[in-house]
Design a protein around this ligand. Sequence first.
Ligand SMILES: Nc1ncnc2c1ncn2[C@@H]1O[C@H](COP(=O)(O)OP(=O)(O)OP(=O)(O)O)[C@@H](O)[C@H]1O
Length: 247
Amino acid sequence: MSEKTQLYLNGVSRSFDGFKAINNLSLIIERGEMRAVIGPNGAGKTTMMDIITGKTRPDTGEVIWGEDTDLTKVDEAGSARLGIGRKFQKPTVFETHTVEDNLHLSLKADRSVFGTLFHRTTDAERARVDELLDLVRLTAQRDDLAGDLSHGQKQWLEIGMLLAQDPELLLVDEPAAGMTDAETMRTAELLRDIAGKHSVVVVEHDMEFVRALGCKVTVLHQGAVLADGSLDHVSANPEVIETYLGR
Ligand SMILES: Nc1ncnc2c1ncn2[C@@H]1O[C@H](COP(=O)(O)OP(=O)(O)OP(=O)(O)O)[C@@H](O)[C@H]1O
């Protein structure tokens, strides 16, 4: 494993009632890399993310974080503490709080309740919130209630809330689902801005969006890697066309 490796999956399998949802899956994500994961329904994309975050234990195989941390021994809270942030498909923001307060609350999330109650916002925290607002394209909406944002804006806010925790890896599940075309393209730009500083793994079905991400693509099928490389490279693969793109 090289020093650049952030996440290493080797020979990972997981069955549910005899059905192999993940079947000898191997994958390496480098530090700062963005990777798109595509594949038909039931290919194992969600199960793969469940295994990375410690929600699901693999039956066999290695899941290593950084140099030598065994993620198969860690639960979801533990993986979050290690620096793995996960964005589920449905946005979960504090609807009755402003956009800005949502970000402040996320910065403080690792404090005890007592600490949060008596905490005074520091200049450094204010600067960090400004930076996050800018990054997630919500500076103009900072005083709006999160509940009043569009679906796409809520997704960006939640990405900002995860970034407030400064994760080393961000797992993002179908961010473009339900977005307008313009929001979809802005989301791709946003994720491109985040990559480099953070590793980003994006599960997605929208091929226009995947193209806009401009990153390496991994095609999952029946719980294993069917192909990987550039979108053009995997799109020309006859097996990928047969099992996924040609449908
Ligand atoms: N907890 C579980 N119990 C039983 N079967 C499960 C469980 N989790 C996943 N599976 C099965 O494992 C297979 C892979 O599912 P998974 O959700 O990982 O696929 P996916 O690639 O994310 O699909 P989609 O694109 O539809 O979200 C499916 O056949 C699913 O029914």
